[in-house]
Design a protein around this ligand. Structure first.
Ligand code: MG
Length: 377
């Protein structure tokens, strides 16, 4: 059988490196066409030596040689990779707003997407999904919750409700006072998942769950009132769906991003690849669930509100949050200020209801500038 050609946008990040571990196990199934990373050329070089892609794309000014790969640079390079129709699938694994443009380019070229970058759908979900429909492209979720939902849905017309689980992050049972004075180290210490910095901070504020609600709305076409969040600290149930007859189907597994990455890139097959440790109900013994506390974690409420408002409200939410998270990581603001800042930016934003892509980029730009101004005030 011919190998599937795959490119990875963000190959040096947390999802990118785990995707390469999956692909290494499935060498007879995949061939890497291109690897794109940011400025970590040291790691990119090692990846190029091992996987021998035809193209490498990076952001650094170095003129290093990458084992004979053709070298591309910056956003121009990403465009070139994503318009290469030799690709069977592209894994968009970078974090933040840089995922949007390459995703749209790949869709226009009829290339299926394994999407790990949720910001793409939060910024411009309506456009991305309608373009995907227009070009007959599959958007396969990599986010563990959405992968779980994708695995639980057999026939979507019989599904009434999506139930997204949340581990609750490092501050689940801390007081609101403790959350307010949380340090960067504490926020980056996630109890269950080892991820990139931006998403780890989003998990500490639970904004990550907010973004995932919006992501689920676009991927599966459900109203916000039919998307629930439940806290599940053990991260064993990765999400669930409720059918019309009240039956609930959930997907379970030990926490590992290898499985959702592998499912997305091999779909509709289910291969052994990187198999997780055998699952034992008896060893796990108990699973806990509780209602999320929206007073302690108000970012979830903000995200529901932005989603229900629609248009550029979610673009605004995403841009303000991303800038506030960077400022928190830089030690400029406290953890709880992320909420206050996003809330302020959202309440002063004039929502455009059916934005085109240029309007989305200009709102994104404008909100980022305003958020930075608010932070330095
Ligand atoms: Mg997730």
């Amino acid at each position: 059988m011919e190998k599937k050609k795959i490119s990875i946008i963000g190959s040096t990040g947390s999802i990118g490196t785990q995707a390469l571990e999956v692909i290494e196990k499935l060498q007879d199934k995949f061939e890497i066409l291109a690897l794109a990373g940011g400025s970590n050329t040291g790691l990119l070089k090692k990846q190029a030596e091992k996987f021998k892609p035809a193209y490498i794309c990076h952001n650094s000014s170095s003129n290093e040689d990458f084992s004979g790969c053709k070298i591309l640079r910056g956003s121009q390079g990403l465009e070139e990779i994503c318009s290469n129709k030799e690709n069977d699938i592209i894994l968009v694994a970078c974090s933040g707003k840089i995922g949007l443009k390459p995703t749209l380019t790949a869709i226009k070229n009829g290339i299926n997407i394994a999407l790990a970058n949720k910001e793409t759908l939060v910024m411009a979900g309506d456009i991305v999904m309608s373009e995907a429909k227009k070009y007959g492209v599959k958007i396969l979720p990599v986010d563990s919750e959405h992968s779980a939902i994708h695995q639980c849905i057999k026939d979507i017309k019989y599904v009434d409700k999506l139930i997204i689980t949340a581990s609750g992050g490092p501050f689940l049972h801390k007081s609101i006072e403790d959350i307010k004075k949380a340090t960067v180290e504490e926020a980056l210490h996630h109890p269950r998942w080892n991820m990139g910095k931006k998403i780890t901070v989003d998990s500490a504020t639970l904004m990550n769950k907010g973004l995932e609600i919006i992501e689920a709305h676009h991927l599966f076409g459900f109203d916000y009132k039919d998307i629930d969040v439940v806290i599940h600290p053990q991260s064993i149930v990765h999400s669930a769906v409720e059918y019309k007859d009240g039956s609930v189907i959930a997907q379970l597994g030990l926490p590992s991003m290898h499985i959702p990455i592998q499912y997305a890139i091999t779909y509709p097959e289910r291969l052994e690849g990187i198999k997780s440790k055998s699952f034992s109900f008896a060893e796990i013994a108990r699973l806990d669930f509780e209602k999320p506390d929206f007073e302690k974690f108000p970012c979830v409420k903000l995200a529901y509100h932005a989603g229900q408002t629609g248009g550029t409200a979610t673009t605004c939410l995403n841009a303000a949050n991303e800038e506030a998270v960077f400022a928190f990581l830089d030690g400029k603001i406290k953890l709880y200020d992320i909420y206050t800042i996003v809330e302020k930016m959202m309440s002063s934003h004039n929502v455009i209801s059916n934005p085109d892509i240029d309007e989305i980029f200009s709102v994104d730009e404008e909100i980022r500038i305003k958020t930075k101004e608010l932070i330095t005030k």
